[in-house]
Design a protein around this ligand. Structure first.
Ligand SMILES: O=c1ccn([C@@H]2O[C@H](COP(=O)(O)OP(=O)(O)O[C@H]3O[C@H](CO)[C@@H](O)[C@H](O)[C@H]3O)[C@@H](O)[C@H]2O)c(=O)[nH]1
Ligand SMILES: [Mn+2]
Length: 508
C-alpha cells in the first residue's frame, strides 16, 4: 500500500560532514595542547580551561547525532483523502492563555478563530480555551468570537483564504478586485474590527457592560467576585457542535467551542501550563474525548489550514503510524528583531536538529504546535498489539448543563490529589519545561514522534523582542532540562535522548 508520507534526506550533508570533521580534529588538537602543556603555576586556571573544553567538546559530539543526517517529511494529503475521504478522527484543540493584560484577548481570539477555521469537518473539531487568568474579559471575548465565527468560517471556506487568523489575514491581504468578493470582504472586515474594538475597550475599562452580561448564563460565574487566584471551576460550552441548531450563517455545523478556567485556590499549587493542560485533558474527556489532541500557545495562530490533515498522514500511515505518539510542528515567529540578534528564529533547531533526531525516535515535544495521541499523553505504554480506535469520541451530548457540571468536577484543585496526574498521566509537573520532559517520558514508554515542517508554516507566533525577555526564556529552558527533573528511569531508559534534550534546550 502506498505510504501516506515520505522521508527525504536534506542536501548538503557531505559538505557538513567535511566541516564537522575539521571541527572534530580542531577539538582534538586543543585537547592535545592542553594535555601536553601543563603549566607549573596557575594550575587552577588550567584545570578550569580543561574542564570547559572537555564539556563543550562532549556537548558538540553529542549534538552531532542530531545534525549528522537531518531529514524532511512530506505528507500526502491527496492519498489520505483518497483512502479515508471525510471518515477522519475527531480532534480536540487546546489553547492556553494566562493573563488578559500581557496576552490581549483580541489576539487570543484571532488564534481561536484560525483554529476553528481549519479545513476539517467542523463536527469533528473541538476547540477548548483554558484561561488561567480566570477572567470575565477573556470569557466575554470568547463569547463574541462564537458569534463572529458564524461569519468568519463560511468566508474562509468560500474564498479558501490563508492564513485564517482574521488579524493576520486582514493585515496581509489586498482588497479583492471582484466587486462581490470585495463587498463581502469589507463586510467581514468591518464586523471583525467592531468586535475587536468592543473586546479591547472592555479590557481597557476592566469590565464587561451590564447589558451584555445578561446575554449568556456564563457571565454569572463572576457574580461572586471570582479573581484570578481564587475562584471556582468554570466550564462553559459556548458552541455545542452536536447541537443541530448551532450553525453558521450558511447553515453548516460549527466546531464545538468551550471555555474553561480550572479552579484556583491560594493554598493549592496550580502547576502553570502543565496544570492547565491536564485539566483540559480531563474536561475534554467528558465533552468530546477525541483520540487526537492538539495544543498551541495563545499567541500562535494557525497559518496553514491543512495542518490537521497533514498530521493525520503520519498517525494513519499503515506501516509506522501505530508507533507515533506525537507529531510536532516547528515554532515560527513573525516578529523577528532586525538581523535576528537574539537568535529567536531558532533556525538550527527548526531546520536541522528537530528533523535530525529520527535515530533517537523523533523530535522533542516543544509545548506548542503539537498533535498528540490522547492515549500516549495519558500514560499508555507502547505495545505492538495496541490498536487505536480512531472512531472514538463523544457523538451525542447528554445535555449541556449536566456535561458542564461533570466537567467542572474534573477541574477542581483537589481532583489530582493522590493520583498519578502530573507524573505518569498527562503533562509532568515541577519542571519549567514541562513539554520537553513530558516528551522524553513518552519516548521512554516506547513511542516515537515525527517532525513536520511544511513549506507553508503551520503556526506563527510572537517571539521575545527584548534582551530581558530573551534571557528569561532561555534561563527557564536551560534550567528546565537539568538532571534533577528527569527520573533515573528516564535518564537510563534513553540516555542519549536525555542528553540531547538537555543540550538542545540549554545551549541556544
Ligand atoms: O500558568 C500558566 C502559565 C502559562 N500558560 C500558557 O502557557 C503558554 C506558554 O507560556 P509562555 O509564558 O508564553 O512561555 P514561552 O517561553 O513563550 O513558551 C515556550 O516554552 C514553554 C516551556 O517550555 C512551552 O510550554 C511553550 O509551549 C513554548 O512556546 C502561554 O500560552 C501561556 O498563556 C498557562 O496557561 N498557565
Ligand atoms: Mn510565549
Amino acid at each position: 500500500m502506498e505510504r501516506l508520507f515520505a522521508t527525504e534526506k536534506l542536501g548538503g550533508r557531505a559538505l557538513y560532514k567535511l566541516h564537522a570533521t575539521t571541527l572534530f580534529v580542531g577539538i582534538c588538537l586543543v585537547l592535545c595542547y592542553r594535555a601536553t602543556h601543563v603549566p607549573a603555576a596557575g594550575r587552577a586556571a588550567w584545570l578550569g580551561m580543561l574542564a570547559a573544553e572537555l564539556w563543550f567538546g562532549f556537548y558538540w559530539v553529542i549534538t552531532q547525532s542530531a545534525r549528522w543526517c537531518p531529514s524532511r517529511r512530506c505528507a500526502f494529503k491527496d492519498r489520505l483523502a483518497a483512502r479515508y475521504g471525510e471518515r477522519l478522527p475527531c480532534v480536540d484543540i487546546f489553547v492556553c492563555t494566562a493573563d488578559p493584560q500581557s496576552e490581549p484577548p483580541s489576539l487570543v481570539m484571532a488564534t481561536v478563530l484560525s483554529l476553528m477555521a481549519y479545513n476539517y469537518p467542523p463536527e469533528k473539531l473541538n476547540v477548548y480555551l483554558s484561561d488561567d487568568g480566570g477572567s470575565i474579559l477573556t470569557f466575554y471575548a470568547l463569547w463574541e468570537t462564537s458569534a463572529f465565527a458564524k461569519h468568519w468560517l463560511p468566508f474562509c471556506r468560500r474564498y479558501k483564504i490563508e492564513p485564517r487568523s482574521p488579524a493576520a489575514y486582514f493585515a496581509q491581504s489586498d482588497k479583492p478586485s471582484d466587486p462581490r468578493a470585495l463587498e463581502e470582504w469589507s463586510f467581514v472586515k468591518g464586523l471583525y474590527e467592531e468586535m475587536t474594538e468592543r473586546i479591547d475597550s472592555a479590557v481597557r475599562s476592566g469590565k464587561v457592560p451590564e447589558q451584555i452580561r445578561v446575554n449568556h448564563k456564563g457571565f454569572s460565574e463572576w457574580n461572586t467576585g471570582a479573581n484570578s487566584k481564587d475562584h471556582q471551576p468554570i466550564v462553559q460550552i459556548l458552541i455545542d457542535g452536536k447541537d443541530r441548531d448551532a450553525v453558521d450563517n450558511e447553515g453548516n455545523v460549527l466546531p464545538t467551542l468551550v471555555y474553561m478556567a480550572r479552579e484556583k485556590r491560594p493554598q493549592y499549587h496550580h502547576n502553570f501550563k502543565a496544570g492547565a493542560m491536564n485539566a483540559l485533558i480531563r474536561v475534554s474527556s467528558v465533552i468530546s474525548n477525541s483520540p487526537i489532541i492538539m495544543n498551541v500557545d495563545c499567541d500562535m495562530y494557525s497559518n496553514n489550514s491543512d495542518s490537521i490533515r497533514e498530521a493525520l498522514c503520519f498517525f494513519l500511515d499503515e506501516e509506522t503510524g501505530h508507533k507515533i505518539a506525537f507529531v510536532q510542528y516547528p515554532q515560527n515567529y513573525n516578529n523577528m528583531t532586525k538581523n535576528n540578534i537574539y537568535g529567536n528564529s531558532l533556525n538550527v533547531i527548526n531546520k536541522v536538529e528537530m528533523g535530525g533526531m529520527d535515530t533517537w525516535g523523533g523530535p522533542l515535544y516543544i509545548g506548542t504546535g503539537c498533535f498528540h495521541r490522547r492515549e500516549a499523553l495519558c500514560g499508555r505504554t507502547f505495545t505492538k498489539d495496541y490498536k487505536e480506535d480512531w472512531d472514538r469520541g463523544i457523538k451525542t451530548q447528554q445535555g449541556i448543563d449536566l456535561t458542564e457540571e461533570k466537567a467542572k468536577s474534573l477541574a477542581t484543585c483537589t481532583y489530582e490529589l493522590n493520583t498519578q496526574w502530573g507524573n505518569e498521566i498527562g503533562l509532568k509537573y515541577g519542571c519549567p519545561v514541562e513539554d520537553v520532559i513530558t516528551g522524553l517520558a513518552i519516548h521512554c514508554r516506547g513511542w516515537n514522534s515525527v517532525y513536520n515542517d511544511p513549506p507553508r508554516a503551520a503556526f506563527v507566533g510572537v517571539a521575545p523582542t527584548t534582551m530581558a525577555q530573551t534571557i528569561l526564556q532561555h534561563k527557564r529552558w536551560s534550567e528546565g532540562c537539568h538532571i534533577k527533573w528527569a527520573t533515573p528511569s528516564m535518564v537510563c531508559g534513553h540516555p542519549t535522548r536525555y542528553l540531547l534534550c538537555t543540550m538542545l534546550s540549554s545551549l541556544h
